[in-house]
Design a protein around this ligand. Structure first.
Ligand code: HEC
Length: 187
């Protein structure tokens, strides 16, 4: 019952959003027509507002640090499904970073192609790590994890951030998720 009510309220929110968007679209269209085509360009204030509410470009990387730390401890506890989850999260966040900041300046001042740098890592150490998790192989996990950190660092150096040198984490990043694969509570 509670679930139904929850669904219904989301449906209403969704509907409201759809109607609102339609209204904005129609309104934009008719005012563009009234002006003889071409919607009014965004003002400097609009652009500044968008800049102010955009999260910093380093945001996904903060998440990467968190997820890749959790990945390490899940692997040490041989909690392979959890390790696999954090590997996916790590991968998604790095990819997101390459969308947000696709060409940061390298050491020579020219933009570095983040997407192809990441593609290499995705097909290299990240895939090795995924295979180690699938094989439940702790030794391969530790070796591939080190390779991954070396690859993180090679991208940081390419992006002219040599001071961002990763290390094997010494402490868990969070304690709310239990990494123990044999935990019995909550059921
Ligand atoms: C494709 C390139 C690339 C890869 C791969 C990459 N990073 Fe980054 N990382 C960056 C860039 C660029 C920044 C700087 C972000 C900015 O300032 O916009 C950064 C910043 C960071 C930061 C600092 C975030 C902050 O501002 O507090 C951490 C932590 C980090 N990376 C961790 C990692 C780890 C760990 C890995 C590997 C699992 C990794 N990164 C892989 C490009 C990369």
């Amino acid at each position: 019952m509670a679930r139904l009510r929850f669904l219904r309220s989301w449906l209403l929110v969704g509907l409201g959003f759809a109607v609102g968007s339609l209204y904005v679209t129609l309104w934009g269209h008719s005012s563009a027509l009234a002006q003889g085509g071409g919607a009014a360009p965004p003002t400097t204030t609009d652009v500044q507002h968008l800049k102010d509410i955009t999260p910093p470009m380093s945001h996904p990387m903060v998440d990467v640090g968190f997820n890749v730390t959790n990945l390490y401890f899940a692997g040490q506890k041989k909690n392979w499904p959890l390790a696999n989850y954090y590997l996916g999260e790590t991968r998604n966040r790095i990819r997101w970073e390459t969308y947000l900041n696709p060409g940061p300046k390298g050491t020579d001042g020219n933009p570095v192609d983040m997407k192809s740098t990441f593609d290499g890592i995705d097909n290299g150490s990240l895939t090795q790590l995924k295979n180690a998790i699938a094989a439940k192989d702790s030794k391969q996990f530790n070796d591939s994890y080190k390779h991954l950190l070396e690859d993180c660092y090679s991208c940081h150096k390419a992006a002219n951030r040599p001071y961002l040198r990763p290390q094997i984490p010494s402490e868990v990043a969070q304690t709310i998720i239990n990494a123990d694969p044999n935990a019995s509570w909550p059921q």
